[in-house]
Design a protein around this ligand. Structure first.
Ligand code: 3HC
Length: 311
């Protein structure tokens, strides 16, 4: 009965065990995992667009090859995560339709433009750096398929972050114009990368329950602080300035003191009114429509193969 199943579920969570697809789970646990994992998958797929626009314009064959590999990695991350979400009872088509209809969230960070090559460096260093801070703890998420997908994703993410850092380092060792381009890019991506971690803890409706279910291991603000602590020494090595005049270590409070984050901007982007929201969805919609014939052909081929084996 449900009381016994709930007790068994709670015992598994308390014992740091994994919940697997066939295990009984509270409906709320299933729902919040479908919510988070599908949004995570959408983020990976939409995240291919900002970088994809620079593949044909990379400054060298080496940079083109690295960027191509990174964008392909993100498509793969999306695939793992959609597959993990499907183990909870939602279909790929439902998730794709939710994204295309504008009913699904994806990470706010991908709604900003990438006007210069230096953005490929800032995205790798800041966006993938933030992703690593957020995704390493998710390797220990209580839901098996999600935690296991994260292990592979985190390995590839660290390559993404290193290549971004290296692009910025190369630019900062270049001409004055290249240094200015790198600094401008860091100025544009720094605050949106802090928003990737979600709203402040006191305004995070999902955190308490997600932490009780050991999906979320650290709070939004804890991970944001960890990320800033990682950035400060790396910014010094790069020679870039983090665009927050108030940023300093508060010894008494044992935390980084920052200027106020502009949560109005965050909520505007989440409401679909960011600089690139419409363009990102339009591009995704067009790709889905342009690819319909491939899906139809694959289904027809699979049906014919099935008929052959039945004869
Ligand atoms: N962008 C869009 N929506 C966001 C957001 C952001 N940066 N931060 C929070 N939200 C949404 C939440 O989804 C939630 O809305 P919902 O209830 O409708 O889903 C609402 O704002 C309140 O936030 P909460 O803190 O209560 O929500 P969560 O507990 O889910 O925490 C999260 C938010 C930390 C993003 C968590 O969902 C999470 O860890 N998700 C998995 C990681 C992820 O999605 N990362 C996004 C980037 S993927 C990426 O970087 C790819 C790499 O290759 C670059």
């Amino acid at each position: 009965d449900t009381a016994a199943e709930q007790a068994a579920f709670d015992a598994l969570i308390d014992a740091e065990q994994r919940i697997e697809p066939r295990d009984w789970m509270p409906e709320g646990y299933r729902k919040t995992l479908i919510r988070q994992i599908s949004q995570h998958a959408h983020s990976e797929i939409i995240g291919m667009q900002p970088e994809g626009t620079w593949i044909t314009r990379a400054p060298s064959l080496k940079r083109k090859a690295i960027l191509l590999a990174k964008v392909q990695d993100e498509a793969g991350h999306g695939l793992y995560l959609y597959s993990a979400a499907q183990t909870l009872g939602i279909t790929r088509d439902e998730m794709t339709q939710q994204l295309i209809d504008g009913r699904a969230k994806y990470s706010s960070i991908f709604n900003y433009p990438t006007p210069t090559w230096a953005d490929m460096g800032a995205i790798g260093w800041l966006v993938d750096g933030a992703a690593i801070c957020n995704q390493v703890p998710l390797c220990r998420a209580s839901y098996g398929p999600y935690g296991r997908a994260m292990v592979r994703i985190c390995k590839e993410e660290s390559f993404h972050q290193r290549q971004g850092f290296e692009i910025l380092l190369t630019l900062m060792q270049g001409t004055a114009a290249q240094r200015a381009m790198a600094q401008d890019s860091v100025d544009r991506w720094y605050w949106p990368s802090l928003m990737m971690f979600g709203p402040p803890d006191e305004s995070s409706p999902n955190s308490a329950q997600s932490m009780a279910w050991k999906i979320k291991r650290f709070s939004n603000d804890e991970l944001r602080q960890r990320f800033i602590g990682m950035l400060v020494p790396q910014a010094e090595i790069l020679g870039v300035t983090l665009p927050d005049p108030e940023l300093r270590w508060d010894e008494a409070a044992q935390r980084w003191h920052t200027s106020e984050i502009d949560w109005t901007e965050f909520h505007e982007v989440l409401a679909g009114r960011g600089p690139m929201n419409a363009a990102r969805l339009q591009h995704r919609r067009a790709a889905h429509e342009d690819g319909a014939w491939v899906r139809e052909a694959a289904v027809a081929y699979a049906r014919r193969q099935a008929e052959k084996t039945e004869r």
